[in-house]
Design a protein around this ligand. Structure first.
Ligand code: BTN
Length: 257
């Protein structure tokens, strides 16, 4: 952790050459208040997990880690947390690599319409309050895109993989992670003090979803409409003729302008 510029996040680090999933490792430690801010990193994961129960292919060369947090904010802010975390990573990439990824609702980072990174958040609640959050971050840093695409081609709503290796960057993974931790800590402070407006406007600036016609598969079925904005809790607002719909979670497909 030398070169760490954060006060809380990343002060403790746990490192695995190989593990099932850093998310699972983090969840085992998350209840312990001493582990607030801890980061769990793995060179590779054997059972990496993605959103909606999908697998996350995690070979050596990628950046795979999870962070444990014990936030002060409530559930309605916690739903904004994954979106805010995706924003933190976008800012870190802009600063360190001069790469400007797009943000696809809810929490994907894309370049040229393909997935560069994703966020997964597991929350543990206690009588309707957030006890802990585990944020899992997967970044395709230097991975074999073809191989991963082949592995995932039959996954529902799969839309292609991108790797930072195509930018011929000289930056080291650890430098990108440290920059992300700095941006995440800033955003975490904003969330803890209820300042969500700035997060939403910065996310919207970089979003490829807002302004597009989209189709979302939710637990209640498919919803179509034009994405107009996100709410303070991260929900996506769709307009469809005279109706508006509020979508809290789901898998999105961009249909065009
Ligand atoms: C997504 O589906 O977009 C979320 C992907 C999250 C992957 C990361 S890699 C580190 C952590 N451990 C896991 O098993 N998953 C997350």
């Amino acid at each position: 952790t030398s070169g760490l510029k954060t006060k809380m996040i990343g002060q403790q680090a746990f490192y695995f050459d190989s593990t099932d999933s850093t998310q699972n490792q983090a969840l085992k430690m998350a209840q312990d208040p001493e582990r607030n801010g801890a980061i769990i990193v793995a060179e590779k994961q054997t059972i990496g997990r993605g959103r909606s129960g999908r697998k996350w292919v995690s070979p050596k060369g990628g950046i795979w880690f999870s962070i444990i947090l014990h936030p002060k904010f409530d559930i309605s802010t916690a739903t904004l947390f994954p979106i805010a975390s995706a924003l933190a990573l976008a800012i870190a990439l802009e600063k360190t690599l001069k790469v400007s990824p797009e943000l696809k609702w809810p929490n994907d980072l894309t370049v040229r319409g393909k997935k560069l990174a994703g966020m997964l958040v597991d929350a543990s609640l206690e009588s309707n309050k957030i006890e802990s959050l585990v944020l899992g971050v997967g970044i395709n840093f230097n991975v074999d895109v073809k191989k991963i695409e082949k592995n995932l081609s039959s996954t529902p709503n799969f839309y292609g993989v991108a790797s930072l290796s195509e930018y011929k960057t000289k930056i080291k993974p650890v430098e990108l992670v440290q920059s992300f931790l700095v941006e995440l800590e800033k955003i975490y402070k904003l969330l803890n003090s209820g300042q969500t407006k700035k997060i939403i406007s910065e996310w919207t600036k970089r979003s490829s979803t807002i302004g597009k016609n989209v189709k979302i598969n939710t637990v209640e079925g498919e919803i179509k409409g034009k994405a107009i904005r996100i709410d303070a809790d991260g929900a996506l607002i769709l307009s469809n003729n005279s109706n508006t719909n509020r979508v809290i979670a789901g898998d999105i497909v961009h249909l065009g302008k």
